[in-house]
Design a binder for this molecule. Structure first.
Ligand code: NAP
Length: 259
């Protein structure tokens, strides 16, 4: 059994829906105080209402991670409300599709600015408070896409998710002297509002490609994030953990049919 992390201060960017809300749930049940961020205020307020009876205190702040000043306001608000920052879950992300033949400058910039620059800005904004914590943790939500796999229409998205890991390795070194760890969770296909938007056909095709025969649950990612946040994980840094029900294992379609 791991030592309690009750009372710790946690930020979950993009914590108002999907995986981020699942991560927030897991930290709240562990007794942490959680600031969830996003751009849509009504979705943020609904999330707070849903999450408010789970354990620790939960707050929402409107913040767009692709804006550096919003990330600094987010860090300042968590410090003011919770007295510091112990854990940053840099989770906010978007996954619009665009094949190479039609990808515009704007398509590319938007994905990179939310998924990659947003990760970097969030970490920079929280860095001093995490170092002060003495047990600071950064947990990035990357993906299997781009890091291990590819999917037509997601070359820009995959690149942004791989870029997070390139960032992670040097950030982990720079923050190591102060005991801050920087790790990443790499979800496979997790049932979220964002994934629902990709349609029935996509969801069915993905479920069939997963050896465990189901899409992941947001709390599968929340539990892995809790593990990285534990005191017992203090010596793990710069690592990426795949949580995908075995999705990347089959060598071919036939391998799945042989099961
Ligand atoms: P989702 O259901 O669409 O939720 C995305 C969250 O991020 C929402 O809270 C959204 O709130 C927020 N967000 C989006 N853009 C933002 C911005 N510029 N600034 C601040 N918040 C922003 O997506 P999800 O499926 O949970 O995905 C969450 C993360 O997991 C992403 O990084 C994604 O790449 C990664 N991931 C997901 C899967 C999957 O299968 N679902 C697989 C691999 C990786 P607002 O729209 O209100 O801002």
């Amino acid at each position: 059994m791991f030592a309690s992390i009750s009372g710790r201060s946690v930020i979950v960017t993009g914590g108002t829906r999907g995986i981020g809300k699942g991560i927030a749930k897991c930290f709240l049940r562990a007794g942490c105080n959680v600031l969830v961020t996003g751009r849509d205020e009504s979705v943020g307020e609904a999330a707070v209402e849903e999450l408010s009876s789970l354990g620790g205190e939960v707050l929402f702040l409107h913040a767009d991670v692709s804006r550096k000043e919003d990330c600094h306001q987010m860090a300042d608000y968590a410090i003011k409300q919770f007295g510091g920052i112990d854990v940053l879950c840099a989770n906010a992300g978007i996954f619009p599709t665009s094949k190479l033949a039609e990808m515009s400058e704007d398509d590319l910039d938007r994905v990179m600015s939310v998924n990659f620059s947003g990760t970097v800005y969030s970490v920079i904004a929280c860095k001093d408070a995490l170092e002060k914590s003495g047990r600071g943790r950064v947990i990035l939500t990357s993906s299997i896409t781009g890091v291990v796999t590819g999917f037509p229409g997601w070359s820009h998205y995959g690149a942004s998710k791989a870029a997070q890991l390139g960032f992670m390795r040097t950030a982990a070194m720079e923050l190591a002297p102060s005991g801050v760890t920087v790790n990443a969770v790499l979800p496979g296909n997790i049932a979220t509002e964002g994934l629902d938007g990709l349609g029935e056909g996509y969801l069915r095709q993905m479920t069939e490609a997963i050896p465990q025969g189901r899409l992941g649950d947001v709390e599968d990612i929340g539990n892995a994030s809790l593990f990285f946040a534990a005191d017992e994980a203090a010596y793990i840094t710069g690592q990426a953990l795949i949580i995908d029900g075995g999705q990347i294992l089959p060598e071919s379609m036939e391998a799945l049919q042989e099961m």
